[in-house]
Design a protein around this ligand. Structure first.
Ligand code: HQG
Length: 179
């Protein structure tokens, strides 16, 4: 089984286009696994995929992108669908990090971090994770340190994604420093 391909397909379905897969998604992003499997089975690449394959894909991945509880599955982060996925507000650690590209730096330092095509700004728990995120955009990514706890104390909302990923609606520039 091509687990990377399966993960990409499921990411597209759960984060970006559940309607293309006829998925009924609730406000926390949960969908019935059966519906997802039915949709996958309509595609040649995944016509024999099972729930065990999905579980295995989750288990072998270096990133925790999805969770299964009972008969439902959801993505932890990354959504771009019009219906905003509700996340639980949580007090962040003192500092979070964000890896980005040089070409975005001027706009970020002028305007703050905003979600762009996703629903939330994605922040990293540690510098290594931020490096990996930033490398998707630039060979030599810029790492930003976010004064998250100070921002939280000033009323900025943060949300827990997974143990490496935090989310925010917006991060004003006064909380952002280049590392
Ligand atoms: C930038 C992956 C200009 C921002 C990763 C980023 C992550 C601005 C880009 C998750 C800006 C958006 C999300 C502003 C932010 N002006 N540019 N004001 N504010 N930006 O891909 O955080 O592998 O939507 O710096 O690992 O890179 O898919 O967000 O460079 O966890 O599971 O706009 O996606 O996870 O890019 O990545 P993205 P991201 P997966």
């Amino acid at each position: 089984m091509n687990y990377i391909g399966l993960s990409k397909e499921i990411s597209y379905a759960l984060r970006h286009a559940p309607w293309e897969y006829e998925l009924e998604m609730d406000e926390e992003g949960w969908v019935p696994i059966e519906q997802l499997l039915d949709a996958l089975h309509r595609e040649n690449d995944w016509k024999n995929a099972t729930q065990e394959d999905i579980q295995q894909m989750i288990d072998v991945s270096d990133k925790k992108r999805y969770e299964i509880i009972g008969s439902r599955i959801r993505a932890f982060y990354g959504h771009s669908i019009p219906m905003k996925i509700s996340k639980i507000k949580s007090r962040p650690p003192e500092v979070l990090y964000h890896g980005t590209a040089r070409r975005f730096m001027k706009s970020i330092m002028d305007n703050g971090l905003s979600p762009q095509s996703r629903q939330y700004v994605h922040l990293s728990q540690d510098i290594e994770t931020a490096q990996n995120v930033g490398q998707r955009h630039d060979d030599k990514p810029y790492i930003l340190a976010i004064a998250a706890l100070k921002a939280w104390n000033d009323g900025i909302s943060f949300y827990y994604g997974n143990e490496k990923v935090w989310l925010a609606d917006f991060v004003p520039r006064i909380y952002i420093k280049e590392l």
